[in-house]
Design a protein around this ligand. Sequence first.
Ligand code: ADP
Ligand code: MG
Length: 677
Amino acid sequence: MQLKSDIKYVKGVGPTRAEAFYKLSVPSVGALLRYYPRAYEDWSRIVSIREMPENEPCCIRATVCHAPQKIRIPGGMLLFKTSVTDGAGLLNLTFFNNKYIGNQLKEGEEYLFFGKAVHGKYGTREMASPLFQKPQTAHRIRPIYPASGALSTKTIERCVQNVLDALETPIADFLPQEIRVRNGLCDLDTAIRHIHFPPDERALETARRRLIFDELLLLQLGLLQMKGKTENRRTDCVLTADYSAEFAALLPFTMTNAQRRAVQEAVRDMCSGEPMNRLLQGDVGSGKTAVAAALVYSVAKNGLQSAMMAPTEVLAEQHFRTFQEFFQDTEYTVVLLTGSMSAAEKRAAKEKLRSGEAVLAVGTHALIQNDVDFCRLGLCITDEQHRFGVAQRAGLTEKGDNPHILVMSATPIPRTLGLILYGDLNISVLDELPPGRQVIETYRVGTSYRPRIYSFIEKHLARGLQAYIVCPLVEEGETDLAPAEEYCAQLKNGVFHHRRVGLLHGRMKPREKDAVMRAFSAGEIDILVSTVVVEVGVDVPNAAVMVIENAERFGLSQLHQLRGRVGRGKEKSTCILVSDAQNEEAKARFQILCETTDGFKIADADLKLRGPGDFFGTRQHGLPALRISDLLRDTKMLETVQAEARWLLETDPALDAPEYAALRRQLAKMFTAANIG
Ligand code: ADP
Ligand code: MG
């Protein structure tokens, strides 16, 4: 039996099970060995019957007192009852509907039993349907697999055992000896055998270490290689002169040092002869748009076009307006392209892109449609990167001939994780907010405070300021229209009858949304009631109060983003989280928000509360799925691996040396499976 053998040739796997394995993406013997247990039953710690905890899995070693007695109960159910003893205590066992029990448990013989006990009256101990094995042949730590349908964890365990028994040669190791030695890792064959059937906890730990190392190393190598590839490419979109200083003069403000540095880094990339591939990371309000604009301007001055893709129409429209303002004293034309524009409008925009009349297209993924052609696309910008997958990013760059790429993200992430997630990008960080920003004070209150919140808002409105109220996020399947509309009507007809209350929700036509946002920006609306569509990017400096209803329904980072809509002007701003939620997790989220406005701290906390699987959704990022490592928990290992990966690629960038051949193959396999690279 070989690793690439089809799963159907494994002993114990018939057509039904084979089908079930295919469904689990386990088509081969090799894949089965990589189908790791999700947990283990610990049969190695044996307790006495008297000391058995109640209702917790535990293991005892005991002798069967008498052959199991068959009892037929009304309804046709078959029970077997027996008792076992370890010399000090007596335990009653019951098995349901298992006619083989009578033959399997022999009077006078000793077994290991595993299960949860209940304490009965008069000190009796009871266990229902425990697992059992003969002590002589028992696996002391037994694997528990993610089971599904025809495949119980026991079935999978047996199949894995059969495979390990049938392998003719040890599993070949793709990691060269020197790397194993340097990092204190065991060989792959041992690691695989022990991850399924660890002889003890130490062995399990050693196996896990090795497999986590592998996974993270491959991920890191793959990403670094991708980065190397793009860096070595040539592009015709080389800038010959830097015009960003000229652009800075057009801005109504002075750029921060961080903004200037980011612009310089990007311009240097674009002058280098190779395509830029850069991530611009900056907390909400750090001024990413102005950086993008400076680059678009320099690119335009060099005779090239730019495209900027945003995740929502509202955001695209806002960027469009911002760029129009930035460029109003220039000769440059900017066009907008979103899905819900009329056919005629789209046609006009596309024509301007094709002819080269427009230097910039701002839009949603309408930009990556087939019939959108650019005259000379030199720079692709995607805003709020975490919403786009690698494929969509690629869709945009294909519109040009190796154009420069700038990805903008408002999700601050810890540096080590940034390297993993964006290993294929260079990073610029805006670690400085524009001057004069006020701290946003944040409070959490219960719904009974609503009257007080409204009078707080009223005080601000009286001073000519504006407010946002974010309505309850709707559950999936509900339309977001009703609650927002109702809430808005209530305010209009009630406490705020003398104020101008506007409504913004996801079902509105872009034109309507645009009109509302424009009116709010222009100060023609006092209170904007909105669903979560204001989340990203929207910018109205005169808004100083943000009320978030049902705050418990939002994630930490999302709340931080929402809050970032205020505190953009000279006035002190306030964010009020309204929630009656009592659960610990929600409370923890609110507390963090009330304590800090530092995006990095918040992202860290979010990561801890939600766990990295959720936070990153590696799939969503187009990265291979991680089976055993955890980007948050395994940060120490991540650092080890990053050092190792960098060393490897410095010594042998293409991993051409014969001792790396197996490693190279493994790498190709991991990344083709994820469809990237
Ligand atoms: P984000 O990084 O969240 O996308 P924006 O680009 O929307 O931030 O900028 C937030 C606000 O700050 C905008 O109103 C913008 O005009 C303003 N701004 C940006 N840079 C500066 C600066 N250097 N000085 C003053 N205001 C700035
Ligand atoms: Mg933005």
